[in-house]
Design a protein around this ligand. Structure first.
Ligand code: ADP
Length: 160
């Protein structure tokens, strides 16, 4: 018997949306263990701190074989540390492809054992992104249907 495969779903999750959740659910049905990992060292200016993002995720993700974590530094090093070689990423549209393809190949170049698996969300989430949700929230629009309740609550406070 092979050791259980641990799949890592890395991202900014700034904040977690129902699109991310859909990918997490799908991945949890394929892999025995899924780790959703918040990246701590992005050059991106984030709206929510890692602690805030982890808090919202812990409240929103209640699937037995899904764990939540954060990491700093290179994803390939994090994978190595936790004994994983599988990266999950979501593909919404062709526009995601170029960046995702570049990253997958770079990770494979850094460590040739790494495989990136792309999952497509339900079509109703293909237009959904964290940045879009942040923009709607900051402009006072209704974003309730795009995020889990815990994220909605925290965002309402932040953009009051
Ligand atoms: P990153 O900064 O790493 O792109 P994101 O949190 O924006 O972090 O996205 C993490 C992953 O989830 C990416 O692979 C992205 O394409 C995917 N993703 C984001 N939103 C959705 C969605 N609505 N449906 C499916 N995948 C998504």
């Amino acid at each position: 018997m092979k050791n259980e495969i641990i799949a890592v779903y890395p991202g900014s999750f700034d904040p977690l949306t129902k699109g991310h959740l859909d990918i997490i659910e799908k991945a949890s049905k394929i892999f025995p263990v899924v780790v959703v990992a918040v990246a701590n060292n992005y050059s991106k200016q984030n709206t929510f701190s890692v602690t805030e993002r982890l808090g919202m995720m812990k409240e929103s993700i209640k699937i037995k074989n899904v764990k939540i974590d954060s990491f700093s530094g290179l994803l390939v090093d994090y994978l190595d540390n936790i004994g994983s070689f599988v990266v999950i990423r979501g593909l919404r549209a062709l526009s995601d492809f170029e960046y995702e393809f570049q990253m997958a190949l770079m990770n494979r170049t850094l460590n040739n054992k790494i495989e990136t698996i792309f999952l497509m969300p339900d079509h109703k989430y293909t237009f959904l992104s964290s940045s879009m949700v942040r923009e709607i929230a900051s402009l006072g629009g209704n974003f309730k249907n795009f995020v889990p309740p815990a994220v909605y609550k925290t965002m309402k406070k932040k953009f009051k």
